[in-house]
Design a protein around this ligand. Structure first.
Ligand code: ADP
Ligand code: MG
Length: 242
């Protein structure tokens, strides 16, 4: 069964349709990338999945449960998702360890000792073992974004949503964040991500979706989308970014 199914999703902002009948299925362990020009609807689609936006038509299913049903408790849905945004949103007054253990403890009711043990394991796995007691402003941008990803991972999400997680970083810091995403894929994490890093997108994605003005215009394996795109708009976009 699919981890996520999106069926005919529409979203309007003040009469402006920013998602126009999006259909998408995400299989277990699949990595799906959303590409497209700024304003094409990539972030809005991720925000609809995370229930930060309500959909105006259509439905989204997570593990077969309709999450866009208005009776659904959004907090319960978000417990099953991990989301990381462009701007690292770590709590500045809390140590790395406290940032990573906050949701497991407060949202999932994990005991402090167990949450900290898991956090130390994750920090070690991603090369940040020595930063547990550091505060966010003592870390580089790349390290902060790695902590933000680790924090999302700490609740063992069913699906990770990553929105331009390298866009705010200096080029030399991008590599370390891409490395962590690659490792997540190798560990079998199911992910939907948006990125401007086309070579990375090509390398990591099982499926690439091209959005154009809120329409999912073309979808396929990266070899197909990057080498033989069918739609002229896809070709035009790729020419502008490659
Ligand atoms: P992308 O992530 O592909 O750059 P977005 O999903 O952020 O695109 O935006 C898609 C369109 O929706 C844009 O035209 C944007 O201005 C509009 N939009 C996004 N969020 C809102 C909002 N809260 N209110 C009004 N318009 C919005
Ligand atoms: Mg965006």
């Amino acid at each position: 069964m699919s981890v996520l199914t999106i069926e005919g999703v529409w979203k309007h902002f003040r009469g402006n349709s920013v998602l126009r009948g999006i259909d998408l299925e995400v299989a277990p362990h699949e990595v799906v990338s959303l590409i497209g020009a700024s304003g094409s609807g990539k972030s809005t689609l991720l925000r609809c999945i995370n229930l930060l936006e309500t959909v105006d038509d259509g439905a989204i299913y997570l593990d077969g449960d309709e999450i866009t049903d208005p009776r659904v408790d959004a907090d319960q849905v978000r417990k099953r998702l991990g989301m990381v945004f462009q701007a690292f949103n770590l709590f500045p007054h809390m140590t790395v360890l406290d940032n990573v253990t906050l949701a497991p403890r407060q949202v999932h009711g994990v005991a402090k000792a167990q949450a900290e043990e898991q956090a130390h394991e994750l920090l070690k796995r991603f090369g940040l073992a020595d930063k547990a007691r550091a505060y966010p402003d003592q870390l580089s941008g790349g390290q902060q974004q790695r902590v933000a990803i680790i924090r999302a991972l700490a609740t063992q999400p069913r699906l990770m949503l990553l929105d331009e997680v390298t866009s705010a970083l200096d080029p030399q810091l991008v590599v370390e964040v891409l490395g962590i995403i690659r490792e997540l894929k190798e560990s079998g994490m199911t992910m939907i991500l948006t990125t401007h890093e086309m070579s990375f997108c090509r390398d990591i994605s099982d499926t690439v979706c091209f959005l154009d003005g809120g329409v999912l215009l073309e979808k396929g394996p990266p070899e197909k989308i990057f080498s033989e795109p069918e739609h002229p708009r896809t070709r035009e976009f790729l020419r502008s970014v490659l």
